[in-house]
Design a protein around this ligand. Structure first.
Ligand code: FMN
Length: 197
C-alpha cells in the first residue's frame, strides 16, 4: 500500500571511488521509488565534495557555511525518508558515508531510514548494515526492520541500473513500501503535533 501523497526519499550514497558499483543500486532504487509514485533525491558525496569533517554544518555562523553544505542541508530537510545505499569496506561503513552523515545532526532528525547495502561477494554488505543501524539511531533516524542486501552487485545490476536478477525488484519494492509506511506515519505525526524535540 503506498501513501496518497508522494513522499520524497533521499538516497544517500557512500562510495566516491571512480570505479564504484554503488551507483547501480542507487539508480535501481531511484527508479523503483518513482514507480511506486514517490520522489527520489540524491545525496552523492561526489557531488558535494565535503571536506573530512572540520566543522559540522550547525557550527558555522548563519550564512557562512560552504554552499555545498547548505545545498545538502536543504536536501536533507526536504526528505520524508532516507535510503542509505552503502558498500561495506573492511566489515564497516565507507568513510565517505560516515563523513556525509556526521556533518549534520538536527537536519537528519525524525526521518525514517532504510538501509540498502551491497558487495562484490556473497554477503551483500550486512556487516556494514548492522553498524549503520547504530549510527542512524544516534542521528535521530529510526530504521525500518527490513534490510536490502545485494550480493554480487556487478552481476545483480547492470551499469545503467537494470535489475539482472529474478528477486531484486520485488525485494526493493517491498523494502521501499515499508519505508513509505513509516515516512507517511512520521509526516502525519509532524503535521498533527510537531516534532518531539
Ligand atoms: C577498501 C575496500 C574494502 C572492502 N571490504 C569489503 C568487505 O569488508 N566486505 C565485502 O563484502 N566486500 C568488501 N570490498 C569489496 C566491495 O564489496 C566491492 O569493491 C564494492 O564494489 C565496493 O563498493 P563501491 O564499488 O561502490 O565502492 C571492499 C572493497 C574496498 C575498496
Amino acid at each position: 500500500m503506498s501513501s496518497s501523497e508522494p513522499l520524497t526519499f533521499l538516497l544517500a550514497l557512500g562510495s566516491v571511488r571512480s570505479d564504484r558499483q554503488g551507483g547501480r543500486l542507487a539508480e535501481l532504487l531511484s527508479r523503483r521509488i518513482e514507480a511506486l509514485g514517490h520522489r527520489p533525491a540524491l545525496a552523492d558525496p561526489r557531488d558535494f565534495e565535503l571536506p573530512l569533517l572540520d566543522r559540522m554544518y550547525k557550527e558555522y555562523a548563519p550564512g557562512s557555511a560552504p554552499p555545498a553544505m547548505v545545498r545538502l542541508a536543504d536536501l536533507i530537510r526536504t526528505a520524508d525518508g532516507v535510503v542509505v545505499v552503502s558498500a561495506e569496506y573492511n566489515h564497516g561503513i565507507p568513510a565517505a558515508l560516515k563523513n556525509l552523515l556526521d556533518h549534520f545532526l538536527e537536519e537528519w532528525f525524525h526521518r525514517p531510514a532504510a538501509i540498502a547495502t551491497y558487495s562484490a561477494g556473497r554477503f551483500g554488505g550486512v556487516r556494514a548494515a548492522m553498524q549503520l543501524r547504530m549510527t542512524l539511531a544516534e542521528l535521530g533516524m529510526p530504521t525500518i526492520s527490513s534490510l536490502l542486501p545485494v550480493p554480487e552487485i556487478g552481476k545483480a545490476i547492470a551499469e545503467d541500473g537494470t535489475d539482472q536478477t529474478e528477486w531484486l525488484t520485488g525485494a526493493a519494492d517491498k523494502f521501499l513500501t515499508e519505508l513509505a509506511w513509516w515516512a507517511e506515519a512520521a509526516r502525519r505525526q509532524k503535521a498533527a503535533v510537531g516534532e518531539p524535540y
